[in-house]
Ligand binder design. Sequence first.
Ligand code: ARG
Length: 279
Amino acid sequence: MRDRYLMCSPEHFEVRYVINPWMQGNVALSRNDLAWRQWHGLAEAIGAVAEVERIAGEPGVPDMVFTANAGLVLGNTFVLSHFRHAERQPEEAHFEKWFRQQGFQVQRLAPQLAFEGAGDALLDRGQALLWLGHGHRSSAECAPALASLLDIEVEPLRLVDARFYHLDTCLCPLEGGYLLYYPAAFDADSQARIVARVPAARRIAVTDADALEFACNAVNSGHHVFLNRASDELARSLAAHGFTLHQTPLGEFMKAGGSAKCLTLKLNELRRPAARAAA
Ligand code: ARG
């Protein structure tokens, strides 16, 4: 089965306010024509190996292009986001409508919890586990709430660098149980829990330079990995682990603090069988 991704066309994309450090100094400086070209470049690259579904952008919500933040998909359930910042909250109704129309069962967490969907909640690709980033956007209490709502084990990770404010800016589970990540974005305890959960041979730690090019903000479909830019060293490491790398420039979206992964939301997320408890 081919993977399916949701992308939102960038007709209303711009940097209009500042809610993360990348947007600082970039208000009104993004170029919509170049953003379109970059967005099409990504959509076409992914479209060569997977299905890309589109939702139209809406006026007044320039960050709606970042569909990763719409919510979290697991099977036929869609857990709708509730954005921390007022600027993005109007996106919720647009995404809710689309997911209902597509036949998803739409759920919400308790209204006092901020939750930014698959920007902060990432399913591992080697074990039945949901990684949850908190500290900037999603509330830490989303971890127990998602565990009971979805009946899945959740590993909360505390994010400590404002430039890596969503989990998907600094961690990307890859097929085969690999984990691409930037250790310095996490507190020491979270780094230790990542090490405890993922064997050394499956961890691919990136350098500061790759992290700042949003290399961890990658889309992974089968053995294909799509991202903005990777150093030669990272490209060699991904190839050595069996991945085919596609670099596609996304500089206009980086002015808003987003890149390849943020611009997509995987729609076919199947539940992975939990490891059988030892008898
Ligand atoms: N400007 C957006 C924000 O600050 C960017 C979101 C990027 N999305 C992501 N999944 N990391 O919310």
